[in-house]
Design a protein around this ligand. Structure first.
Ligand SMILES: [Zn+2]
Ligand SMILES: [Zn+2]
Length: 478
């Protein structure tokens, strides 16, 4: 282990930090100093009433093979695939007709590059956006009438049940007080009285893992020995020291002269190399996951960091960073978790806060035939029975957030916001492979035998980098 004086030094640094904060508060005023140190006050998320899923009625599908045969019988010649005159518009090779499943050879790009296609076999006109609706009709679960599309937004369309005899609508009207009814007459938009469904269309395939790309980073250009690099990462990531303090420590204790900027550059490079390894590692997973959002600063602006992790195995599976706390981000974060499975288990549970974005994400995945439960844990004083049962899980993720923030805050304490996303990546690598966990009998969440036998942390970092590089090379040659 490290000599005792380092432990002392770390304690001293923390103490020093407190004093500096006090001084800055006096000089700059508390709010300014706080801005340098603290995360913003937790903003409440937009309250939104999310109705249950609509009834999805799948339309009868045509079979292009049968249609082609019918054509042959009728015209005495086969229907030829579409002839492409060195066209600029590329049709994705895996695109098929939603109605008859004809392969891309039979699809015309109908309107230039606007993404509308026409099937030569069955005349179905479709786009990526309305593809789902060419396969299904959405019906109100209360009255079974088909839903009407009333709004088109960037990522989603809004559907509404406009039936005046719908039980949902009638009940909502009945629940209103006299005063509310009066207000409703003047301003009907202020009330949600009809069944609503939001259909999210994202330009991403929910279950396709990104293929690891070898980053354009050359670690051989790092002018530090592997051991020195391991030491730097240990202080910077494991102990959450800022780049500046890490640089000072490297000089004061190890007599290595290195600038804070160089440390940040090293951290960026290592993050790029270890990320594919962290994301593609064949984790053994349970079936219950917790998710939460926390704040980080990216290029001077507050962003949301979506953490999702295995509640039992304590493995971080998503660390999605987004400027918005929206459904798209929730879908991507849950997608990160789902892609870690070879086969998605039937009884998946996600425990999250009460933010409706997770329910909307659940609907999105249900449309893609991926079902899971979402349990909301609202606050910590909630006595709702579901919350009670899942409160320990919520506490687990809040502990993870605290661990992260404890490390992260110090690294950005002096307003340096460089590489905060890199820091998140390194933290995930550290958390999954290097950090012993009390509830796992002080084992690391994912035990890699090659790391276990090593004498100290810098050596483990070095080995983790080597394994990540090997993984990338394997992927390249595969
Ligand atoms: Zn077709
Ligand atoms: Zn209805």
């Amino acid at each position: 282990m490290y000599p005792q004086f380092i432990t002392y030094l770390l304690k001293y640094i923390k103490f020093q930090e407190k004093i500096i904060f006090m001084l800055m508060s006096i000089i700059l005023g508390k709010s300014v100093a706080r801005g340098l140190y603290d995360e913003p006050i937790d903003k409440p998320y937009r309250k939104l009433e999310v109705d249950e899923m609509p009834i999805i009625e799948t339309l009868e599908k045509l079979d292009y093979k049968k249609l082609l045969k019918d054509y042959q019988d009728k015209h005495d010649k086969p229907l030829k695939p579409v002839i492409r005159r060195n066209s600029v518009v590329k049709i994705p090779a895996n695109l098929t007709c939603p109605k008859c499943s004809a392969p891309s050879d039979y699809l015309y790009a109908n309107n230039g590059d606007k993404g509308q296609y026409l099937c030569k076999v069955c005349d179905c006109l479709f786009s990526k956006k309305n593809r789902f609706l060419k396969e299904a009709i959405l019906r109100c679960p209360h009255c079974l009438k088909s839903l009407e599309r009333i709004k088109e937004r960037k990522d989603f369309d809004v559907f509404k049940c406009k039936n005046n005899n719908c039980s949902y609508y009638k009940q909502k009207l009945n629940q209103m007080t006299k005063e509310e009814k009066k207000r409703f007459k003047q301003d009907p938009q202020a009330f949600k009285v009809r069944y609503i469904f939001r259909e999210f269309q994202l330009d991403f395939d929910p279950l396709v893992k990104e293929t690891p790309v070898k980053p354009k980073v050359d670690l051989s250009r790092i002018y530090a020995s592997p051991h020195t690099l391991g030491l730097i990462l240990t202080y910077y990531v494991n102990y959450g020291l800022s780049a500046r303090k890490t640089a000072a420590l490297m000089y004061d204790v190890h007599e290595v002269k290195i600038t804070a900027q160089t440390i940040l550059n090293y951290a960026n490079s290592v993050a790029l190399i270890t990320k594919p390894f962290v994301d593609h590692y064949p984790y053994e997973l349970s079936n219950s996951f917790c998710g939460d959002e926390t704040y980080i600063r990216v290029k001077g602006k507050w962003h949301y960091l979506f953490f999702f992790f295995d509640a039992v195995k304590k493995v971080i599976l998503s660390y999605h960073v987004s400027p918005n706390r929206d459904t798209t981000s929730a879908i991507k974060a849950i997608g990160d978790v789902l892609t870690k499975f070879k086969e998605i288990p039937k009884d998946l549970t996600f425990v999250v806060d009460g933010n409706p974005i997770y329910i909307l994400a659940q609907h999105y995945f249900a449309q893609h035939d991926i079902d899971f439960d979402v349990h909301k844990v609202i606050g910590l004083t909630n006595n709702d029975p579901v919350s009670e049962e899942h409160r320990p899980l919520k506490q687990i993720i809040e502990r993870l957030n605290r661990t992260f923030k404890g490390n992260y805050r110090a690294t950005t304490g002096f307003g340096s916001q460089m590489g905060s996303v890199s820091y998140v990546k390194l933290f995930a690598a550290y958390f999954n492979f290097l950090r012993p966990h009390a509830s796992l009998e002080n084992q690391v969440p994912v035990v890699i035998p090659e790391l276990k036998t090593l004498p100290h942390m810098p050596a483990r970092w070095t080995k983790l980098i080597a394994l990540s590089q090997e993984f990338l090379i394997e992927q390249q040659s595969a």
